[in-house]
Write a protein that binds this ligand. Structure first.
Ligand SMILES: [Zn+2]
Ligand SMILES: [Zn+2]
Length: 135
């Protein structure tokens, strides 16, 4: 059981997560790079029911290669992206790790979409890297 807290840049949106971290990893896909504005996105997945959000988020839907719709949740005031949801896993929410206060809980277990990583990004050789999404 892990307790995580986080917020957006302006503080209008905050969240508390109480539960088990299902998995966490770095995604280097083009969508994650563009939506986060960073070289890659680090996501910490927990059960949606374990996350309580205060403040109002806006959402943006987009369809990915698998045909599933992903939904990005962001603060309408400052634009910080807080969560990403996948239609294929409706019970799960990916927390954008950059918004977390508990840095010590962020331990990526894998890199996915390594084939589309930026050339400057160095991958940790101690965790597996997948060209796309495994499975
Ligand atoms: Zn904000
Ligand atoms: Zn991605």
């Amino acid at each position: 059981m892990t307790k995580l807290t986080g917020r957006c840049l302006c503080g209008d949106v905050a969240y508390v997560a109480n539960g088990d971290i299902a998995m966490q990893g770095n995604c280097h896909c083009t969508d994650c790079r563009q939506s986060s504005g960073s070289a890659f996105a680090t996501l910490v997945f927990m059960k949606r029911d374990d996350i309580t959000v205060s403040g109002e988020v806006k959402t943006f839907d987009h369809v990915v290669d698998s045909g599933n719709t992903l939904t990005k949740h962001f603060c309408p005031k400052c634009g910080s992206q807080l969560f990403t949801a996948n239609q294929a896993r409706p019970d799960s929410l990916g927390i954008r790790a950059g918004t977390l206060n508990e840095h010590e809980e962020v331990k990526p277990q894998f890199n996915v979409f390594a084939k589309s990583k930026m050339s400057c990004t160095h991958l940790d050789p101690d965790i597996p890297a997948f060209d796309g999404m495994p499975g």
